[in-house]
Design a protein around this ligand. Structure first.
Ligand code: TYD
Length: 135
């Protein structure tokens, strides 16, 4: 459910000359990273997403700027605003997501548990609701 989608604080290696945040398998992420991608140059006002996944789990980080995720488990919805590179949103499998309000220059960095596969996507909302109800 969306209650399982939590914002996690990532460790920061502080330094007067800047910060480092590390994502390392078996250290601070609850699944093995199989793919990394990032979304950028999103035009003002654009909305993205509009799908769920059967298997995919993700950690989503605002590497720069800010944006909002709308999460939906078929019963409840919540909005999560991400605006700092030391916060990651954990999106568990089976959650419908939309993204909006990308700030200019924002970078949405995603750590993903599986490789890209269109067969893992549910792109029809009714199909998603049916999947949530009947598995
Ligand atoms: P999609 O996940 O639908 O974008 P978003 O949720 O950000 O709106 O991906 C858009 C397109 O990008 C998709 O049709 C295929 C391509 N794509 C890949 O080829 N590999 C990937 O790892 C991702 C995330 C997308």
């Amino acid at each position: 459910s969306i209650d399982d989608c939590k914002v996690v604080e990532l460790p920061i290696v502080h330094n007067a000359s800047g910060n480092i945040t590390v994502m390392e398998n078996n250290m601070n992420i609850p699944f093995a990273i199989r793919r990394i991608y990032y979304l950028y140059d999103v035009p003002m006002g654009a909305e993205r997403g509009g799908h769920a996944h059967y298997e995919l789990q993700q950690y989503v980080v605002a590497a720069s700027g800010s944006f909002t995720f709308i999460l939906d488990d078929g019963e409840n919805k919540k909005e999560v605003f991400l605006n700092h590179p030391n916060k990651a949103l954990h999106i568990v499998p089976g959650i419908w997501r939309e993204m909006k309000d990308f700030s200019s220059g924002s970078i949405c960095l995603v750590f993903a548990s599986i490789e890209y596969a269109e067969s893992d996507y549910i792109r029809e909302y009714n199909q998603f609701l049916n999947f949530r109800k009947n598995g």
